[in-house]
Design a protein around this ligand. Sequence first.
Ligand SMILES: N=c1c2ncn([C@@H]3O[C@H](COP(=O)(O)OP(=O)(O)OP(=O)(O)O)[C@@H](O)[C@H]3O)c2ncn1[C@@H]1O[C@H](COP(=O)(O)O)[C@@H](O)[C@H]1O
Length: 107
Amino acid sequence: MDVLQELYETVLSRKEAQVEGSYTCYLFEKGTDKILKKCGEECSEVIIAAKNKKNPETVGEISDLLYHLMVLMVNEGIPFNEVEAELARRSEKTGNLKQFHQVDRDS
Ligand SMILES: N=c1c2ncn([C@@H]3O[C@H](COP(=O)(O)OP(=O)(O)OP(=O)(O)O)[C@@H](O)[C@H]3O)c2ncn1[C@@H]1O[C@H](COP(=O)(O)O)[C@@H](O)[C@H]1O
């Protein structure tokens, strides 16, 4: 998570201080709807790249999506460690497949 946390910190610093030529500052200026739109677009691009079995492209699109999710988190005031803690909490529980998913898979 270190590289992701560093990215989050960079994004947070862009929210706190204007930097000339910064794409992140441009997104914060545009506001929530623009940030949500970018998250949606990047998500679709991940799906298309993966569907086309283009792994190098998919890696790029996943990175774009993660960046835009960090922008969304900062915009919504969600601290990085809240997501980190949620993932850690979930990692303590395995065997998460629900019964109805098993029925779906078997039929
Ligand atoms: N990880 C990223 C990152 N990933 C993608 N992008 C930008 O996201 C944009 C997405 O491209 P699109 O073609 O979808 O969008 P666009 O047409 O350029 O712009 P829109 O009008 O659609 O918003 C591109 O301009 C990319 O440069 C990023 N911009 C910044 N970062 C990180 O943020 C840091 C700070 O960047 P600045 O805020 O620009 O200083 C950088 O050092 C990086 O670590």
